[in-house]
Structures are given as C-alpha cells and as structure tokens.
Design a protein around this ligand. Sequence first.
Ligand code: PPE
Length: 307
Amino acid sequence: MPITETEKIWMNGKLVDWADARVHVLTHALHYGSGVFEGIRAYETPNGPAIFRLTDHIRRMFDSARVYLMEIPFSQDELVAATREVVRANGLSSCYIRPIVYLGYGEMGLNPLPCRVDVAIAAWPWGTYLGDEGVANGVTVKISSWQRHDPNAVPPAAKATGMYLNSSMAKVEALKAGYDEAIILSPQGYVSECTGENLFVVRKGRIATPPASAGALEGITKDSVITIAQDLGFDVVEANVLRSDLYTADEVFLTGTAAEVVPIRSVDDRTVGEGKPGPKTKAIQEAYFAAVRGETDRYKDWLDYVD
Ligand code: PPE
C-alpha cells in the first residue's frame, strides 16, 4: 500500500522534513532485522484527533526492545509526547503512526550490544488495510504452508522487524493463490494468527483467540476486542484453536491496528457460517469503531487526544 507523504518525521528527538528522514545503507537493522516497531492509529473524534491506546503501544515497543537488549535513549513519556507531536505537526486528523527503534550505523556483525539505537516516528493518512469491501463483507483466507516462529526461535512477544519476513512469505503465497490473507499455524500445528493480525473464532457460542504461546502477537486490538466482547456479554477465552475449528466455526474475524476488525468469509474455500459477517462479529466491529472514534464513554481511557 502506497505511503502518502506528510511534512515531518520525528527522528532522534527532533522533527525533520519528510525527505530528510534517511539512514545509511550500512545501518545495522537493514542487514540483520534488528529493529522493533509499532503500528498505531489516530482517529477523528468529537474532541479532535485521538491516538488509540498510545501508551499501551509505546509500552509494548519498550517490551520488544527489552527482549532484544536495545536501550532506547528516550523515556516512554518522551516517545508518547513525540508521537502526539508528529500527528500535530503534520496537521493529521486520522492517520497511521509508525514508531521504530532500530540499531543504527557504525557497527557491523551480530553482536548488537555496541550498536547505537535510533528512534523515528512517522505518520501518514492510511485507508483500510484489507479494503473497505473486506471490512464490510469479509475477506477470504488460506492456511499458509509457512509456519509461525517457534517462541524459542523468534519470540512473538517482540514486534521485531526481522520477524516479518515470515509474514511476507505467507502474505504473498495467499495473494498469489487468490486469497486476501493468510492464517499461519504454530510449529505445533495450532492456529497462531494472520500475517499482521490476530484471529478470533466463534464456535459453539464461545469466542476463542489463540494465546501468545501459539505464536500470536499480544495484540492491542485483540485486547480491546476481548474487553468489548465481554462488555457485550459474550463468552471469550484465550485458548488453542485447531485448524478444523476454523472450518466448523460460526464466525471468524481478524483484528489489528492497521486492519481494524475484519470478518472472514471463507477459510481454505470453506464458507464460514453464511458467508457474510456474523452477528457477533458485526456487534464487536461496530463497538470497536465507536470506541476508536470516541463515541463510547466507557472506553474513553483508550483515547489520547492530540491537542
Ligand atoms: N499480529 C501481527 C503479526 C501483527 O503484525 C499485528 C499488528 C497484530 C497481530 C495485531 O496487533 P495490534 O495492532 O496490536 O492489534 N500489525 C501491525 C503492522 C501491520 C503492517 O502491515 O505493518 C499493525 O496492524 O499496525
């Protein structure tokens, strides 16, 4: 999906012009995938633009950095303030925000400890990730032949740049086979997640979503959706999900910051439910959009106003 250029990007403590936010070709992260990042969205609300669960995203980025022993040369509060500053400086009302912490230029080789740690935050307007049609009517998915990482190979608790080679392979495989998205299984054969989204399955009256131990990222949208679903009176559990559960589910949907809440209309050519968004998915999707747009008092703590 093309990037829409904005004015300014925050780099290591100051706003620079979009075109000047450059790195050297010998940047460590370019060679070894040694970066950690976030995807955050801001939405227009009745009280001006608000960044959804900003502090939770920044906290997760610090957790990701900790896994890889990267010392971020800023505090969480400083990066929270910097994120707001980027949205404000670019005059954006709703946008996608991409903070990244990466090992910079000056060292080569696999020992990351001597490397400098750089931080950048960019923001630009970004439409629906899986298309408006997908959000409204659902997407088709295929189980990937690529497996999710073993937690002792690449820890899914850390949102690291290098980890995404796996997701890209799965995404391309699915697209080339004519599907919208891939579902990736763990090395043990349990359902893990999609390429850049968590997964939920409604079956026998219960909503289940795979745990981190099955290789799923600890998604912030997933966490929000669990709360929303419980508030709607639904029975939700984090539990292992089998491939066959997807084939016999009443509803399946995916969640993510970029993707938001998207119904799944078929899995491996097996129609899910009636092949259109189910009632629980629709109720959750509606409540999620109301929450991010500041229309629900109950979830106002999730909003971080830009002004
Ligand atoms: N799993 C993966 C692998 C993942 O990348 C994401 C976010 C999620 C689950 C959902 O997490 P959360 O956003 O906290 O609910 N993927 C980000 C990057 C997508 C991209 O194309 O890049 C995102 O949604 O921003």
